[in-house]
Design a protein around this ligand. Structure first.
Ligand code: ZN
Length: 360
């Protein structure tokens, strides 16, 4: 082997993986995957992997839209770890580096990638999106170009939050938010939470956040200049209009994916404001064009992210963003099945649950 390697890489002696065998059926087992190290790849010993709503949905439903789990698939796409081996042409990383990984690998020759829109490449291979295996396994081989070094002050747990955080930072970039903006974030799930953090980092003066779960709103309220609103008891529109002298919010981030919440987005937007659709609805949702026209609303849509991971790592390193309030529970790899059972019951008070290969 001409590539650089260390004794820590145990090869196929350490084949642990969390495999979604079929809808509702998970197992921990050896799952051989072709992991040939190419010249521009690194091999990574995984440390922490976050559980995403999409992983849980594949577990409970066996599919998301057109993506159907037809054969066993390893879950997980929010990961951090340590480089244990470098391909011979890798220059940006070295063995021993702590890293996080961007889970979508586009075809660099695709038109989308060449336009800089690599997240929109139809051939992108994204972890834990059938038929592509995820990263809830002891080791993974990944292109060095999509692997990012973590500074010492960024923990593995925070590193595994870069993936969801990137969605929020991308949403704020799409909004072209400016300092002093008033924002609304609809939905205080993990993506709503990272959007709050990103909006705050971009200088929002106030962020109205809605949900129906007080425990999530309590967490959101700690994140910055947030006014939490439980829409079961209070009116978002009243709060925003009172707080903005009847003008409305500059930006509304729809992070719930729920039709009724999305329908209200335009009602709290100021004339000439921006709506960013971030949450992915499972069904088509109605959209009132004439209401949006009267306000000349600018409407943006977000699909994952592109060119954002380094910004996220830098903000975690500088302290501009602190994701630690969002990490509410950590399981050992051995407890992975239990972790998914809990996650599938939408437990109150949990925002982001993670699985650690180091925890016992
Ligand atoms: Zn995710």
């Amino acid at each position: 082997m001409t590539s650089q390697s260390v004794a820590g890489w145990k090869g196929s002696d350490d084949p642990r993986a969390l495999v979604l065998e079929a809808k509702g059926e998970l197992s921990l087992r050896n799952c051989p995957v072709d992991e040939t190290l190419g010249p521009n790849d690194v091999r990574i010993a995984n440390h922490t992997v976050g559980i995403c709503g999409s992983d849980v949905h594949y577990y409970t439903h066996g599919a998301i839209g057109q993506f159907v789990v037809n054969e066993p698939m390893i879950l997980g796409h929010e990961a951090s770890g340590v480089v244990v081996e470098c391909g011979k042409d890798v220059r940006n990383l070295a063995v021993g580096d702590r890293v996080c990984m961007e889970p979508g690998i586009p075809n660099a020759a695709s038109k989308a990638a060449q336009l800089g829109l690599y997240n929109l490449d139809r051939e992108v291979r994204f972890w834990a999106t059938p038929p592509v295996h995820g990263v809830l396994k002891s080791h993974v081989v990944h292109p060095a170009a999509y692997t990012f070094k973590l500074p010492d002050q960024v923990s593995f747990a925070a590193g595994a939050m870069v993936e969801p955080l990137a969605v929020g930072v991308h949403a704020v970039a799409k909004a072209r938010a400016i300092a002093g903006n008033v924002a609304v974030v609809l939905g205080a799930g993990p993506i709503g939470m990272v959007t709050i953090l990103a909006a705050k980092a971009a200088g929002c003066s106030k962020i109205y956040v809605t949900d129906i779960d007080d425990s999530k709103l309590d967490v959101a309220a700690q994140l910055g200049p947030v006014e939490p609103i439980n829409i079961l008891n209070d009116s978002l529109k009243n709060a925003v209009m009172q707080g903005t002298e009847g003008w409305g919010a500059d930006v509304v981030y729809e992070c719930s994916g729920v039709a009724s919440a999305a329908a209200g987005a335009i009602d709290v937007l100021r004339p000439g404001g921006t709506i960013v659709f971030v949450g992915i609805p499972l069904e088509p949702i109605p959209y009132d064009i004439s209401k949006a026209q009267i306000k000349e609303a600018r409407v943006e849509h977000v699909f994952r992210y592109a060119h954002i991971f380094p910004n996220c790592v830098n903000m975690l390193a500088s302290g501009a963003i602190d994701v630690s309030p969002l990490i509410t529970k950590t399981f050992s790899f051995k407890q992975s099945v239990e972790a998914f059972e809990l996650a599938s019951n939408a437990p109150t008070g949990q925002i982001k649950m993670q699985i650690s290969f180091e925890a016992t």
